[in-house]
Ligand binder design. Sequence first.
Ligand code: NAD
Length: 480
Amino acid sequence: MTRDYRNLIGGELRAAADGGLLDSVDPSTGAVWARIPRSGPADAEAAAAAARAAFPAWSDLPAAVRAHHLRKVASVIGEHARELAELETRDNGRTITETSRRDLPAMAYLWGNAAAECTAAVQGRTVDFGPGSLGLTRREPYGVTLGVIPWNSPISTFSAKAAFALAAGNTVIIKPAEQATVSSLRLGELLADVLPPGVLNVVSGLGEEVGDPLVRSPEVDKISLTGSVGTARAITRASADSLKPLALELGGKSPNIVFADADLDRAAPGVTTQAIYTANAGQICYGGSRVLIQRPVYDEMIDRMTEIARGVRLGAPSSPDTTMGPIVSRDQFDHVTSYLDLAPEEGADLVFGGRSGPDAVEDEALRNGFWVEPTLYATTDNSLRVCQEEIFGPVAVALPFDTEDEALALANDSPYGLAAGVWTRNLATAHRMFRHLRTGTVWVNTFRKVMFPLEGVKNSGYGHDSVLAYTREKAGIIEI
Ligand code: NAD
C-alpha cells in the first residue's frame, strides 16, 4: 500500500493546499510506492510566511542555544538512520550499503558539526583606527534561505543546505526534487517537534510549480541550488529583479587522470567503483566520467577496469549484495541511454557494458526498473559529445595521453569544472596538477572524498554551503 507524505510548513504537516499529489516511483521496479504533495504557489507563500515569522526569534537565540537545537537534529537523524537510509534507497535507488553505512552516519556528523560552528557564525572582527575610532564587524544571517535540492543525494543535500543556514541564524525552506522526495519529507516529519515552528520547512512538488514561486517570493533572501545548469539559469533569471544572492552547485564532467607511475592497484578501483560505477549508478555531480590514461599503462588499465566492471552487481538496492543500483527515473534513464546510442554514432569504441533495461539485470522482479550496466567507451577525440556533456549515469569515456601538458589540456577542455582526480606517485606532478586543473576540487590518489565547500568553476557553478556562506559581514565604525 502506498503512503501519502506531507509538507512541513510552520511546524505542521500539511497536504498541498489544493490536495494535489505526485507519484513516487521505485526506480528498481518502476512501481509507484508512495505519494508526495504536488505543491503550488499557495504552499510556497505559506512556507515563506512561516519562515519569515520564525526568523526574528531564531536569529536572536544565543549561538549556544541554536547549537543545542542542531545537536537534537543530529540525534534524531542518528536514531532514525536505518529508516531514513531505507527510504532513500527505495526512493532513488542508491544501495542500502551506501545509504546506511556512508550517507546517514555522515549526515548525523554534519549536523553535529554545524552545531559546533554556531559560534563561528557570530564572530565579528575589530579594527583599531586609533584612540578615538573603533571599527567592528558582526556576522548576520540573510533571513529566509531557500535550499533547492536534486534527487541524487537527497538527505545529504538537504542537510548541507539546512544545517549550515540554521547554524548561522537563518530560517530555511527546503524544496526537494520531485523524483526522490520521500526521505526529505520524512526527515521534515521527524523534525516537526524538534525545531521551533517555521524554522525549517519542507515543501515538495515540481520545479516550475512550487520551486519558481519560492524563488520569486519577496520573503526569500538567499537561494542555494544543487542541480543542473538549466535550472541554475532559470533561477538566475527568476531572481534577477530582486538581486537575490545565489549559490549554484551544478554538474560536472570530471577528469580522472592516471599517470604511468601511479599505484595501479589503487588507481583501478579509483577510476571505476570509487568514481563512476558507484552505488547510485554514477549519478553523482563529480563522477569521474572522463578517464585520462597515460599511454604506457593504457592497456593495462583498460584490462583492470574491465575486470572490476565485471564484478559490479546490479540488483535490488535493498540487498547488501548489490553494489550498483538503477537510474532514478524513466526520464533520466532515457537521457543516459540516448548516449549509448550516440557514442558509437560519434565514433567512440565500446570497451565494456552498453546494455540497459531488462537486458542489464538478471532478477525477473526488477525487469521494469531503470537499469544501465557499467559502460566504458574509448576515443582519442575529446570534442565528442560523450566527452563534453554530463551523462549522469554509469557511463565513462577513456582517453589516452602522452605528456603531463597534454593531460592538463584535455582535462581543462570542458565546459565544467567541478572536480578532478589525479593518480601519481610523483609529488611534483601532483602539485602542478592541483595548481593548474580548473576545478573546484582536486583529489590526488583518492576520489570522491567529499569535503565542504564543494564549489565549482565554469558551468559547475559558484558558491557553496558552509556556515560563513550563510552570513553577511556588516561593518560599523564607532567614533568614541
Ligand atoms: P534539476 O536541476 O533538474 O533539479 C534540481 C532541483 O531544482 C529540483 O528540486 C527541481 O524541482 C528544482 N527546479 C527545477 N526547475 C526549477 C525552477 N524553475 N525554479 C526552482 N526550482 C526548480 O537537477 P536534478 O536532475 O534533480 O539533479 C541532477 C543535477 O544536479 C546534475 O546536473 C548534477 O550534476 C547536479 N548535482 C550537483 C551537485 C553539486 O554539489 N555540484 C550535487 C548533486 C547533483
